[in-house]
Design a protein around this ligand. Structure first.
Ligand SMILES: [Zn+2]
Length: 98
């Protein structure tokens, strides 16, 4: 679970918390059919539940995220790719100051 990258195609060994991205997924709650588990909310105090930890290495965390599906468990989901020129507005503001 936490010993390797959650991407089965990668399986890079987990070395440090600072690298990559850590995911905490509650797995204790058994969802009723058709009901989705509520999103994990760290601000709400709840009794301890079974939380699985998953980790994606740096490389995988750039392109993948993890989603919890109550039927399939944890699943790799591709991140939406930001457009190459994602910040045209930021640069448009400059140049007017003379
Ligand atoms: Zn990886």
């Amino acid at each position: 679970m936490l010993s390797h990258c959650a991407n089965s195609q990668c399986s890079r060994p987990f070395l440090r918390l600072r690298q990559g991205k850590l995911f905490l997924v509650e797995t204790d709650r058994v969802a009723e059919s058709g009901e989705l588990a509520p999103p994990y909310s760290p601000s709400v105090r709840q009794p301890p539940r079974r939380v699985e930890r998953y980790w994606l290495c740096d490389e995988c965390a750039k392109v993948w995220t993890l989603a919890h599906d109550w039927r399939q468990g944890i699943a790799l989901v591709p991140l939406p790719r930001p457009p190459a020129s994602a910040r045209p507005d930021l640069e448009a503001g400059y140049g007017e100051i003379a």
